[in-house]
Design a protein around this ligand. Sequence first.
Ligand code: HXC
Ligand code: NAP
Length: 293
Amino acid sequence: MNFTNKMLRDNALEGKTIVITGGGSGLGKSMTTYFMELGANVVITSRNLDKLTTVKAELEAKTGSKCLAVACDVRNIEEVEAMHKKAIDTFGTVDVLLNNAAGNFIAPTERLSANAFDTIIDIVLKGTKNCTLTFGKHWINTKQKNTNVLNIVTTYAWTGSAYVVPSATAKAGVLAMTRSLAVEWAKYGMRFNAIAPGPFPTKGAWDRLLPESIRGKFDMAKKVPLGRVGEHQELANLAAYMVSDFSAYMNGEVITIDGGEWLKGAGQMNLLEQIPEELWDQLEAQIRAKKRN
Ligand code: HXC
Ligand code: NAP
């Protein structure tokens, strides 16, 4: 099976302008690449303009589509409004906002300063709020319809997770925002959806969640029933569908793409996976014998 096949037809996003926060690295770059291959204009934003400028040149040469690179710290509303203005000045309209930028690191919660906790909440929750309010109000004021917001969350947005408590708290807020606005702003022609990825190797996430000294001890693939981590194109395929008009009736949804990882952790008897095949005859005999008592 080839997980890296591209799903949509070549011009599927032609005529759309898509803003991707954190679009210069990791999963954001992979989604941006595919959107451009499908004919979209894109705006990539993050704090590091040098990185964005290099990625812009690389992807324009590779795809022939247009990319605007804008430095913007999503924590700062003035910077978000300026980024939005540059996008409108360049492309006229924006059709899709993809809130992908994030900050995260593993730490016992009692080791976190108030500022450490705030930093993650500010990037993930306040950043998503800053972008959503700015773009949403503009769409309402200009009466632009057929727009949508795609938020990248995680599966621990609903399960919670130890050792990444600020991230779990913030992603839960983003999920609540997604579902709330899916209802409230549908009347303005906006859709809101989310993707909850399982483990997809990126430098940003692996450096902060699986530092080298513990990488050998925690094989992410082993947590996944399908026995592997995700391929970036698999996520890009899903994201392209969700921002496209093909998903026009999808609103308020969160789609998990994790090979079954979170359910493996949740199901009470899933640990029986460790029982070898030959033991099942014995176990069955023991259980049937109890039934006759
Ligand atoms: C404890 C820490 C810390 C650590 C930073 N801090 N790292 N505290 N343990 N490992 C504290 C600092 O001491 C400071 O608090 C506060 O956090 C802010 O730190 P700064 O370095 O000043 O912040 P900043 O420069 O804004 O950088 C933000 C960052 C950084 C989040 C700390 O890692 C970053 O830029 N990350 C962006 C990319 C990223 O995180 N990608 C991963 C996404 S993965 P004090 O009190 O000292 O001032 C993801 C995956 C989810 O989300 C699910 C996976 C399965
Ligand atoms: P990544 O490469 O570290 O991406 C994070 C991006 O956010 C970077 O481009 C970073 O760029 C940007 N960013 C950080 N702080 C910012 C700020 N204050 N303002 C603007 N941009 C900022 O990590 P990734 O793995 O691709 O993560 C992408 C998304 O997927 C995140 O939402 C993450 O939570 C989610 N996710 C990832 C995984 C996984 O396994 N990889 C699993 C579940 C969910 P700068 O540093 O240049 O600002």
